[in-house]
Ligand binder design. Structure first.
Ligand SMILES: O=C1O[C@H](COP(=O)(O)O)[C@@H](O)[C@H](O)[C@H]1O
Length: 233
């Protein structure tokens, strides 16, 4: 089985950031109008910064939007590696300053990500299902969320029958320990985006579609939700 993939290609990153941010805002606005609230799960890393700069200026009722992360590096929130810091520095500003942020990091268990899974899982469950918008990224090794090649919990994270909202992950390429939404939670989205930039990532995605065994393939070979791929060189 294969995901229905809608491809959106742009001449440059700024145009992509503008279009993706407007698309996301329209989905959040529609959710607010339909259900009185909206949920958004964003990825970290370097790619989302320009898009966040546009998204935070969109005029929707951000006080009704709850933002969380697809995955987090298990580091303090003042670390430059923290995805929560990325969101605080680049997204929770301007119009979006009234949004509620639900972190995946738990400072009460800063030395033991596994001890935090129960509490953080409850936080994510409390957001309700499905999430309105989930935005994935992809690393140069084909990881998405914190589904890393060779990760110690990769099989559990990718189990489509799994019930956990979040799971820990340790892998050679991951740096520090991670916490990540599991694949069934990522796919339980009204709208699922994959935001990637650069020719290397485009080529890697094509290889994954053709059968290369990298974690992003799990998102390409599912039929639960269409995937909107946004790419620019
Ligand atoms: O470590 C991570 O990396 C991926 C990709 O990041 P990028 O900098 O190559 O865009 C990201 O999607 C993930 O959320 C993050 O934790």
């Amino acid at each position: 089985m294969n995901a229905k993939i809608n491809r959106h290609e742009f001449a440059d990153k700024l145009t992509l950031a503008d279009q993706l941010a407007r698309d996301i805002a329209s989905k959040l606005d529609a959710a607010i109008k339909a259900r009185g609230k909206a949920t958004l799960a964003v990825s970290g890393g370097g790619t989302p910064k320009q898009m966040f700069a546009v998204l935070c200026e969109q005029e929707i009722d951000w006080s009704k939007v709850t933002i969380t992360l697809v995955d987090e590096r298990w580091v303090d929130t003042d670390s430059d590696r923290s995805n929560a810091k990325l969101v605080a520095d680049h997204l929770l500003h301007h119009e979006a300053h009234t949004a509620t942020f639900v972190p995946l990091f738990d400072s009460a268990h800063k030395d033991d990500v596994d001890a935090a899974l129960g509490d953080v899982g409850k936080r994510i469950d409390a957001l309700g299902q499905p999430l309105d918008v989930v935005i994935l990224g992809m690393g140069p090794d084909g990881h998405t969320a914190s589904f890393f090649p060779g990760g110690d919990n990769l099989d559990k994270a990718l189990d489509l029958d799994g019930k956990q909202a979040v799971i820990s992950m340790r892998a050679g390429g991951a740096g520090e320990p991670r916490i990540t939404l599991t694949l069934p939670r990522v796919l339980d989205a009204r709208t699922l985006y994959l935001h990637i930039e650069g020719n290397d990532k485009k080529e890697l995605l094509a290889k994954a579609e053709a059968g290369e065994d990298v974690p992003i393939r799990a998102v390409l070979t599912q039929d639960r939700v269409p995937l909107d791929v946004f790419w620019a060189p």
